[in-house]
Design a protein around this ligand. Structure first.
Ligand SMILES: *Cc1c(COP(=O)(O)O)cnc(C)c1O
Length: 392
């Protein structure tokens, strides 16, 4: 290792520690579930995971993963167009397309990669991108890869700003509007009806990254489009398999057959990088089946969200309003959010605290994420512990 680089990295890490922004990884020695075995802590209740439907440790999801590796081995040992792809990839992609209400879908090894594989493939020098200010980092990086495209940002959820910019960009060959379906830090939902209308009016293409919406939003968990009665009306949806849909890894783009076929031809991660491992494809396929066959799971998630919200409201906590499974409690300054998160962990409850610069100064928060797998007893313990740490 280069001595100078080692020294500089050491200095930077020390400064992160001094600033209190150094991230310590916590090691779990059990599957992700409402309660996990945390090294050095024992059993801990988890209210900070994206395991919204409790599928990461579901018996059918586990079995399908094992069968996937038994049937197909570890992987293709190449990119898909050179050496072939597995039938389980096609089965998964068909199931994902049906789930989110699109003609076709294409998987990537993550939603991060899906966004990076999609955006620069569609946006060239004659085009424009307009992106919500609070979009996920993978959208931001995807836009950065479209380096010859005019790139704009509209204030979070500000339809007037978006409309004005669409007007200014009418000479462009193609206008791409980019938004998260559910925003991860606020837990709020993109105004899809307005976005669809604006996209139509200005002949723009609407791209919704529904990573926190898939499996969560809508009666059957088909996503933010279903929540608004807009299934089939979104031009392009991207989402992850790493949250509600089993939580392993993987992402996808869903859209028209033409768009998907175009990505197979042109999207660089498809052309130069391996496909999802078959074990992951098979377990995600099973997760979609469980979701489609048992809508009661989505109803349980919604009921748990309602219970957590009403318990916390009764305790006088200030929460941001939203219909999603993300409940941010605003506590003010960063040090307080981190101290409360640590105090909760002392009580065996895992809730993440976020402060500046991840969220605006003064709006530091605890972010509670609810799962269909949480029991009433879990919710009781969360409420009791939150009431106690607030006193401290
Ligand atoms: C979590 C998330 C991603 C990243 O998903 P991965 O599949 O883990 O790469 C992308 N976009 C949004 C909006 C997310 O919330």
């Amino acid at each position: 290792m280069n001595a100078r680089l080692r020294e500089v990295l050491g200095e930077e890490l020390a400064s992160l520690k001094r600033a209190g922004t150094y991230k310590e990884l916590r090691h779990l020695d059990s599957p992700m579930a409402p309660s996990v075995e945390m090294e050095g802590r024992g059993r801990v209740l988890v209210f900070s995971s994206n395991n919204y439907l409790g599928l990461s440790d579901h018996p059918e999801v586990r079995t399908a993963g094992v069968e996937g590796i038994a049937r197909f081995g570890a992987g293709t040992a190449s990119v898909r167009f050179i050496c072939g792809t597995f039938t389980i990839h096609r089965e998964l992609e068909d199931a994902l397309a049906r789930l989110v209400g699109c003609e076709a879908a294409l998987t990537y090894v993550s939603c991060w990669t899906a966004n990076e594989g999609l955006i620069p493939t569609l946006a060239g020098p004659a085009d424009a991108i307009i992106s919500d200010a609070l979009n996920h980092a993978s959208i931001i990086d995807g836009c950065r890869l479209a380096k010859n495209t005019e790139r704009r940002v509209y204030a979070h959820g500000d339809m007037a700003s978006l409309a004005a910019q669409l007007g200014e960009l009418r000479e462009k060959r193609r206008r791409l509007i980019l938004t998260d379906g559910v925003f991860s830090m606020e837990g709020d939902v993109a105004p899809l009806p307005d976005l669809v209308e604006l996209a139509e009016k200005h002949d723009a293409v609407l791209i919704v990254d529904d990573s926190h919406g898939t499996g969560v939003m809508g009666e059957r968990g088909r996503g933010t489009a279903e929540h608004f009665g807009l299934l089939g009306k979104i031009d392009i949806i991207t989402s992850t398999l790493g949250k509600a849909l089993g939580g392993a890894a993987g992402g996808f783009v869903a859209s028209s057959r033409e768009l998907i076929d175009y990505l197979v031809q042109k999207s660089r991660p498809q052309l130069f990088s391996n496909a999802l491992p078959p074990t992951v494809a098979a377990s995600a396929r099973a997760a979609v089946d469980v979701l489609m066959n048992d809508p009661g799971r989505v109803a349980r998630l919604r009921e748990n969200v309602r219970k957590v919200r009403s318990r916390l409201a009764a305790l006088g906590f200030t929460m941001l309003e939203s219909p999603t499974a993300i409940i941010p409690i605003i506590v003010g300054d960063t040090a307080r959010a981190i101290a409360m998160s640590n105090a909760l962990l002392e009580k065996g409850i895992f809730v993440t605290g976020f402060g500046f610069p991840v969220v605006p100064e003064g709006a530091a928060r605890l972010r509670i994420q609810v799962s269909a797998a949480h029991t009433d007893a879990d919710i009781d313990r969360l409420a009791t512990a939150l009431a106690e740490v607030r006193q401290a």
